[in-house]
Design a protein around this ligand. Sequence first.
Ligand SMILES: Nc1nc2c(ncn2[C@@H]2O[C@H](COP(=O)(O)OP(=O)(O)OP(=O)(O)O)[C@@H](O)[C@H]2O)c(=O)[nH]1
Ligand SMILES: [Mg+2]
Length: 416
Amino acid sequence: MSVNQSRLLLPEPLGVLQISELTSGMGEKRKQQLYFSLVVPTYNEAANIQKLIGILSQTLDEVIPSGDYELIVVDDDSPDGTWKVAQSLMTEYPQLRVMRRQHERGLSSAVIRGWQVAKGEILGVIDGDLQHPPHVLLQLLHAIEQGADLAVASRHVEGGGVSSWSLQRRFLSRGAQLLGLIILPQVVGRVSDPMSGYFLVRRSAIANVTLHPIGYKILLEVMGRGRIKRIAEVGYVFCERQGGESKVTWKQYADYIRHLLRLRFSTGRMGKFSQEHSSFPVGRFIRFSLVGLSGVFVDMAVLYLLSDPTTLGLPLTRSKIIAGEVAIFNNFLWNDAWTFADVSLQQQQWHQRLKRFLKFNIICLAGLMLNVLVLNLVFNFVIHNRYIANLIAIASATIWNFWVNLKLSWRVTQVK
Ligand SMILES: Nc1nc2c(ncn2[C@@H]2O[C@H](COP(=O)(O)OP(=O)(O)OP(=O)(O)O)[C@@H](O)[C@H]2O)c(=O)[nH]1
Ligand SMILES: [Mg+2]
């Protein structure tokens, strides 16, 4: 093979984020199969990549002497030319392959794209900034050999830790984990460090599964959608960055929450429910209910400002009508921008918005009447407890408001 050929960049896969199975026949493909593929996602890591590749190669050469492994750098066209530096190392390190992505961005998709071109039976990921100690790979590989489907390097088990994190960062990290445990306990609760970006997984556990990650937390996606039975954890100390800069911003926290919610609604019991009742959009309904809850607070605040004797002291009925209308307006804005954003984006003109608002108003007023009616019926004929009756009334009105608004105000089917 000529030097030029050996330094060719990997093609950038596009389309569905899905990893294929390795063919098990004895043909050409079988010969290309490898034992282990380790992906290194990078963005502006030119200062670290050479040292990292050197250490990784040395570490893996010792345990996989036949060279039955590959290192795949997936770089998102970094302005500092990380991919070029990595490419220049390919002659020195024959196990190194490099992908320069020019069509997609983002850590999670970079990892999956790397696994898509990988030939290993065991797939792995490690950060490109030397914060993940390479020697831990040996224990992770050992855990997979012992039968684990997934081996996670963890900061929160024996031998694990963080070198010098600020109190704020520790707090944010633990807060994020707690939030994950609340939203997605069956997935997040399976490991001590669900935020880890350092792990190995058996190809067979994630092959042919379509992945939909958002942001940074690829491990959540693997645990949430993969066929993972046995998990092993190995302690490691998250080191300080030696070169380059962190890419973590507040956006990653927002992406994390979106990712948790997406997994929550597309996997497990909730996912099954929404698949079986595909005509009932569970996610939209939950957003709609949360918006409704925000409206209660708006209503209360306005009622206080208008009618309380210590503030404006206006008559109660007049204040309530205004408060109710402000709350309806609040709910409309949130529903238009969030709950039904996909629909309203296609109908953005002012007269279309106004029409939706008027419909929403009328439907909510009808909902209020339904609320009063159900309250009276349940209280007088079913359960003589005003609070339980009120809960049933609120639930009925919420379902009414949601369903009728879905069908009339934010019509999902586009009529041209
Ligand atoms: N390909 C690719 N890699 C990325 C992207 N964002 C981050 N990375 C890489 O992913 C790894 C982790 O990113 P970091 O910014 O170090 O995040 P972190 O280690 O959680 O946070 P710090 O402790 O602040 O460094 C590093 O190797 C980055 O270069 C991206 O958008 N695309
Ligand atoms: Mg880092």
